[in-house]
Write a protein that binds this ligand. Structure first.
Ligand code: HEC
Length: 136
């Protein structure tokens, strides 16, 4: 009786941990794929440490930091006053199509200087964020 219960407990544990691993895989995104997606951002953004700002600021070490913190870049007043912290949720909304962006940051977000129509595929958003996270 105890043995059966034990086996049941072990298999339940295995099942739940496998599920968690799968869920994490799905949410984590793939940095290698994200590097390719970043080509869409690279028209305006460098991301290597110490690289020059382009139309947009250098994005080295952006993850987990406050918005508008890169030195030597002239940000919009909107972004400077936004108080945004670049976590998963905010980054995802920032690079999403207008509707999602507005829902997250409000319509005033159009006063920011980043003119980008947004990535439509959720997987691409996850992948590019995974890539950005590696650069710190
Ligand atoms: C057409 C040019 C352009 C493209 C393409 C572009 N951006 Fe931007 N981005 C900007 C500009 C300009 C700003 C500065 C916004 C401001 O000051 O309001 C900015 C700001 C940002 C910021 C905030 C930086 C900070 O220091 O707070 C992040 C994060 C960002 N962009 C990520 C991305 C990602 C990721 C992509 C690709 C999916 C992308 N951008 C595509 C021009 C662009």
């Amino acid at each position: 009786m105890f043995k059966r219960f034990f086996l049941l407990a072990v298999s339940f544990f295995l099942m739940t941990s496998i599920n968690t691993i799968n869920a994490n895989d799905h949410n984590a995104g793939d940095p290698a794929k994200g590097k390719k997606v970043f080509k869409k951002c690279a028209a305006c953004h460098s991301i290597a440490e110490g690289a020059k700002h382009k139309t947009g600021p250098n994005l080295w070490n952006i993850y987990g930091n406050k918005a508008a913190a890169a030195e030597g870049y002239k940000y919009s007043n909107w972004l400077k006053g936004s108080g945004i912290e670049w976590n998963d949720e905010n980054l995802a909304a920032w690079i999403s199509p207008k509707k999602v962006k507005n829902e997250k940051f409000g319509k005033e977000v159009k006063k920011s200087k980043m003119i980008f129509s947004g990535l439509r595929k959720p997987a691409q958003i996850e992948d590019v964020i995974a890539y950005i996270k590696t650069l710190k």
